[in-house]
Design a protein around this ligand. Structure first.
Ligand code: NAD
Length: 407
């Protein structure tokens, strides 16, 4: 598999902000072959294909859009199945659709013998995660879950130093990720409602994943207090949440999330984590501001992208376009590195002799740098427990013997 073909299902925000430009960079480097992007409507893929910034960064690069230009306006929710079925076996399918559709897209890909890169979260229940894990193992395919914060240098540094014993043992932590208020005016108001999701389920998962990534600890119980608020269209959502996650050494992580950071605030959101540790005799501490990376700009005019402000604190770390010595622009940041790492791991599996693939996949699971269904299903357990808790007024939900129940 020298240059795998790619089918990306979904052409929305994450496809535009991170995945497609990362794929084009890999194509530019000769690492991957042709790309197909499949959405439900032609207008979605056309907008992505015509995006000015992506076009400027990658002159000469393009993808095959599905549905094609002759498609009518009727949505085509099943078209991705044909696109996957038409791929030769053991290529790569990318699931970049809304959370509740991940399971179906991933299982379709696996049944057609395709490797998968899935944007987070993998799926919404433990049972679905297990089904994916079993199917992938049986076919010796890799499913990589794109938790890109893992590829932020600071996460990798914290992991290495924690595991070298420099911090002692994790005891207490507090994390926050608040998205801007304007999200309430977006399509979110149609689906981000109390019965479907909440602020913790949507964005808190990054920090529970990171605590495991750094410490290796596993969550054993979750309680989530949610505050309901109304969207402009009158729908109600848990737009503020406060979650408490207890770990298997008794440590406690508090995670606050919301769609409430002021639109005039100087970044695309506010986020970070503080962790307190002990070796029994001394305390230790780690503090990451994940939004403010030390840059402060004030422009002459407000840029016209959503949530942009004249005073700004841009993050250089997630995804930026930088001028390239060979022309065009090249992506930089952990958003690119994360996609690159998963695709490189898939290529390693394919390059291995058949008889060695199962062992290599197990090694990738055990290394734990790339999230896979086998090594990160605690995320699905936390999601299941969080939903049970918030819908029961914040009661504690415990994760025990691979299932979730109210205490
Ligand atoms: N920080 C992160 O890791 C991060 C950030 C944003 C989004 N995400 C995840 O990415 C996923 C997509 O989110 P988004 O913000 O891009 O959403 P979006 O609504 O902007 O895009 C979703 C896309 O899926 C397409 N789609 C829906 N049903 C489809 C179908 N049946 N066939 C083909 N395409 C279909 C839509 O047309 C749209 O292009 C979600 O799972 C979300 O949680 C992750």
């Amino acid at each position: 598999m020298k240059q795998p073909e790619i089918v990306m299902v979904g052409g929305g925000m994450i496809a535009h902000d991170q995945i497609l430009p990362s794929l084009y960079q890999l194509q530019r480097l000769g690492r991957i072959g042709p790309i197909t992007v499949c959405a439900q409507h032609h207008r979605t893929v056309r907008a992505l294909a015509e995006n000015e910034m992506i076009g400027k960064a990658f002159p000469g690069h393009s993808f095959r859009p599905l549905p094609g230009p002759d498609a009518g306006s009727t949505p085509q929710p099943e078209l991705y199945k044909d696109a996957i079925a038409a791929l030769p076996p053991r290529q790569i399918v990318i699931a970049a659709v809304p959370d509740q559709l991940h399971h179906e897209v991933i299982m379709t890909a696996l049944r057609h013998d395709q490797h998968v890169l899935a944007v987070k979260p993998l799926v919404l229940s433990l049972q679905e995660a297990r089904e994916i894990e079993n199917q992938a193992r049986a076919r010796k395919l890799l499913v990589g879950v794109e938790y890109h914060k893992r590829f932020d240098d600071r996460s990798l540094l914290a992991r290495r130093r924690y595991r070298a014993g420099m911090f002692g043992e994790f005891k207490l932590g507090t994390a926050r990720l608040m998205e801007k208020w304007y999200y309430r005016h977006s399509n979110f108001q149609n689906w981000f409602t109390c019965e479907n999701t909440d602020s913790f389920t949507y964005i808190g998962c990054h920090y529970t994943d990171l605590v495991h990534f750094v410490t290796g600890l596993l969550p054993v119980s979750v309680s989530v207090y949610g505050i309901k608020d109304k969207f402009p269209n009158g729908n109600e959502g848990y737009l503020y949440t406060d979650a408490r996650v207890i770990w298997n050494n008794g440590a406690c992580l508090n995670v606050q999330n919301s769609l409430s950071f002021p639109d005039e605030g100087p970044g695309s959101n506010t986020q970070g984590i503080t962790m307190y540790f002990s070796d029994g005799a001394r305390g230790a501490w780690l503090d990451h501001s994940d939004q403010y990376r030390g840059l402060r700009y004030c422009y002459t005019q407000r840029p016209d992208s959503p949530g942009a402000t004249t005073f700004s604190e841009p993050s250089t770390e997630y995804f930026q376009y930088l001028e390239s010595p060979s022309g065009g622009l090249q992506p930089a940041g952990y958003g690119y590195r994360s996609v690159e790492a998963i695709i490189a791991a898939i290529q390693r599996v394919e390059a291995a002799p058949e008889a060695e693939r199962a062992a290599l996949l197990t090694e990738i699971d055990h290394l734990g740098i790339i999230a896979t269904p086998a090594n990160s299903s605690y995320n699905e357990a936390v999601t299941e427990a969080a939903r049970l808790s918030i819908l029961n007024g914040g009661r504690e939900a415990v994760i025990e013997a691979g299932s979730v129940r109210l205490r």
